[in-house]
Design a protein around this ligand. Structure first.
Ligand code: GLN
Ligand code: ZN
Length: 764
């Protein structure tokens, strides 16, 4: 393979274009099939994915990008670094899935977000004096499978710095896993030495996205030592260090001093990488140029990409430039092949994983051989691509004059409401709620009956009138229950929503949905993000009907329940033909209209959920102020239409608020509910030390567990809260929505919560 390295795909998805792996795994976990069935599916998928790539003409195709659960967990296994607590499980397969998911006797390893994507990896648990041992079985098998098909693949490994940067120490609070660098490096050397035996010449891709984060300055120094030593392990191994998701300027300066063969840079999300081209040129190393967006779904501007590569080639010799995806295609859906209901024009603007392979190949041919070298099929694809990009600039499906007119006045809307002190007075006068006011986060159990009603309506099995009646029934029961147990601020229960983003996306103009655009989130779980393709607007009220119905059933305040603009943005595929901020403002305008309609209809408390506010933060702190600015402004645009006596709530799931407390304060919500039950009151301390003046509902029990908390336990928790914050500021609620729980758990838990609040209130 090393003779020709024109095209490179950093990695491919693995769940299967029909989510075959998900089905196989889940059947195995339920005990319906043996592990051999999983392995058969896995083999079919690997071969199919390799074939897609080789047929598209990709030179550098990966092995070990496949995984039955997660590639970081695979690294843990390859290095023999399974935590001690799993060592009693003899069967390696059982052990693997116990680490991933836990079992009756073992709690699972922690899972967290892979950089700024929505993929979640298993967090390695490391300690000083760890015993490693090399297990090359999976890698060797996949390598042999690919070789049997006539391929000469590269082997993907998570690089040592990223592995350590993403790991946690289980033996020390003061030191992080990166300080174990010198202990782990021999393990990586041994792994590479073992892998070198697989073939005479071998290409290894070390994934090192940690080099684009704020940890860069620290890890870049280690980078030189790591790759100097690894490159010396075996003669026949060619090492490529691949980075993605942002620029890796600091690391490049170090890597060029090592004997690695090449460096991968992301030119889609790390434009600053252009500044180190001279350094790379002088080093004589190969540049793996990530120019096809690996984490968004729009067709590439092929002409523009080729022009960009020609620009690079003024510095780095052309023959040393490889055309690549910006990152693994794990983060995009598989193929447009099964999309039968997508609008025909929108479809021409999209490229999922398989379509991106063709883009990489076409860009390479145009770049290295020129337009004259294209065959008829390629020339046609190129013409279509140019046409699609031209249409995107003018299509009325994308460009909506009414939205543009509103956007012209957007600056005036980027402001806070009247001072909180005045608002809160008006709100207390209006609602007269007590201190330690009780409420919930919004959703109530999504029972099989609730889901069946939604499904039947969607499939045309029941009429709209039937659907509405049934939904009203669920709401009625839910409201009656809340009144009965004495909650003070009620919700309607969100039974009409399958998902907090999809529900709004389906009703907004400018948003499309694929049928099969699944992306792996973790393990066997996939999500199907909405596609924000055009100017966003709200043709009609989205929640007004259900909220006003629910309010009509009770005299107590009924919270309106909306998903915030930043969360809708962060959980969608966002158009790339305008800044993300513009799209976010447009969504904010749509939510703003809904807030206004709700308040005008007498809904006096409106919650605008921003569950994904924190996860949109850029990896580089230098880029954070720009994100915070538009995220805050969007929240203001969505909510500052509220009159002083309309109370705006927001909710955020588990977040470390320490470094963003000023931003939380600036969001300016009257009440924020947050998740604290799992982390104790550590999270809350920052509100105290910061001098936060608004009202807060720190979750008093963990809804992620089926456990029913006792009255005493919640009382204790409330008392603990009172040590940090005064009663007049505190709300009492669970720490997130209740949709994943069963009524059998929700009923006693909420009863206990209300009772505990009442008891504590008496002692005030
Ligand atoms: N209102 C939503 C619910 O209760 C909030 C969910 C979330 O924060 N993830 O389900
Ligand atoms: Zn939540």
């Amino acid at each position: 393979m090393s003779e020709k390295l024109g095209t490179w795909v950093t990695g491919f998805a693995r769940i299967g274009e029909k989510r075959e792996l998900k089905r196989a795994l889940e059947a195995y976990w339920r005990g319906e099939t043996g592990f051999d069935a999983v392995e058969r599916t896995a083999k079919i998928l690997k071969e199919r994915h390799w074939r897609y790539q080789s047929e598209a003409g990709i030179d550098a195709i990966s092995v070990n990008d496949f995984s039955l659960y997660d590639q970081t967990l695979d690294m843990v296994q390859a290095l023999g670094l399974e935590p001690d607590r799993f060592k009693d499980i003899d069967d390696p397969i059982e052990r693997y899935f116990a680490m991933a998911r836990g079992d009756a006797a073992h709690t699972a390893m922690e899972m967290t977000k892979w950089f700024n994507t929505n993929y979640h990896y298993i967090v390695p648990e490391l300690k000083a004096g760890m015993q490693w041992s090399i297990d090359l079985e999976k890698i060797a098998r996949e390598y042999a499978e690919a070789r049997a098909l006539g391929l000469t693949p590269k082997i993907n490994l998570i690089g040592i710095l990223t592995f350590l940067g993403n790991a946690k120490r289980v033996d020390s609070r003061d030191e992080d896993a990166l300080s174990l660098f010198h202990e782990l490096l021999p393990a990586y050397e041994a792994l590479l030495a073992e892998a070198a035996k697989l073939d005479e010449r071998l290409i290894v891709q070390f994934d090192e996205p940690v080099l684009v984060t704020d940890k860069a300055s620290r890890v870049s120094l280690l980078c030189k030592e790591a790759y100097t030593r690894l490159a010396k392990v075996a003669e026949g191994v060619e090492i490529y260090v691949v980075t993605y998701f942002d620029h890796a300027k600091e690391a490049v300066a170090q890597l060029v001093q090592t004997p690695v063969a090449g460096i991968g840079l992301d030119f889609v999300y790390g434009a600053e990488n252009a500044e180190v081209l001279q350094t790379i040129a002088q080093s004589g190393k190969r540049l793996i140029a990530g120019v096809v967006d690996g984490r968004n779904i729009w067709v590439s501007d092929i002409e523009g990409r080729v022009a960009f590569l020609n620009e690079i080639a003024k510095t780095v010799p052309k023959e040393r430039i490889t055309v690549a995806t910006s990152c693994s295609l794990l983060h995009v859906p598989y193929t447009l092949k099964y999309e039968e209901r997508l609008d025909e024009e929108i479809r021409t603007w999209l490229a999922f994983g398989v379509e991106k392979l063709e883009e990489v190949a076409l860009i390479e041919k145009l770049f290295h051989a020129g337009a004259d070298a294209l065959d008829a099929g390629e020339a046609m694809a190129y013409a279509k691509n140019r046409e699609a990009n031209a249409r995107r600039k003018t299509s009325t499906r994308i460009h909506d004059a009414a939205v543009q007119a509103r956007m012209a006045g957007i600056e005036a809307l980027k402001k806070r409401r009247e001072p909180f002190a005045e608002r809160i007075k008006a709100q207390h006068a209006r609602f007269a709620y007590p201190p330690l006011c009780t409420t919930t986060i919004g959703s109530f159990p999504q029972t099989p009956e609730v889901r069946a009603v939604r499904r039947d309506f969607k499939n045309g099995v029941i009429s709209e009138a039937d659907y509405v009646e049934k939904m009203k029934g669920f709401i009625r029961e839910c409201v009656a229950f809340q009144e009965e147990i004495g909650l003070e601020v009620l919700v309607h229960g969100e039974f009409e929503r399958n998902d907090m983003v999809e529900y709004f996306g389906e009703q907004l103009k400018g948003v499309a949905f694929s049928e099969n655009g699944w992306v792996q989130s973790y393990g066997s779980r996939c999500v199907k993000p909405p596609i924000l393709y055009g100017d966003v607007s709200r043709p009609e009220p989205m929640t007004l009907f259900w909220s006003t119905f629910a309010q009509s059933l009770t005299d107590r305040p009924m919270k309106g329940m909306l998903t915030g603009p930043v969360t809708i943005l962060n959980w969608s595929f966002v158009r790339d033909d305008q800044p993300r901020s513009e799209t976010c403002y447009q969504i904010a305008l749509a939510i703003r209209d809904e807030v206004d309609d709700l308040q005008n209809a007498g809904i006096g408390m409106i919650q605008v959920d921003e569950a994904a506010f924190k996860e949109g933060y850029p990896l580089r702190s230098a880029k954070r102020p720009a994100y915070e600015k538009f995220a805050l402004e969007s929240f203001w645009i969505a909510t500052n239409v509220a009159k002083p006596q309309t109370q705006i709530h927001t909710h955020m799931c588990y977040s470390d608020f320490n470094d963003i407390i000023d931003t939380i304060e600036a969001m300016d919500a009257d009440v924020i509910s947050i998740e604290t039950a799992r982390s104790g009151n550590v999270l809350l301390k920052v509100f105290q030390s910061h001098g936060y003046e608004k009202e807060i509902g720190p979750g008093v029990y963990d809804i992620h567990s089926p456990r029913i908390p006792s009255v005493e336990e919640i009382e204790k928790q409330i008392h603990a809260l009172l040590e940090v914050l005064p009663a007049r500021q505190l709300w009492i609620n669970p720490d997130c929505g209740l949709k994943t729980r069963r009524w059998e758990e929700v009923k006693p838990s909420l009863r206990h919560m209300v009772e505990a609040a009442k008891k504590v209130r008496k002692t005030l």
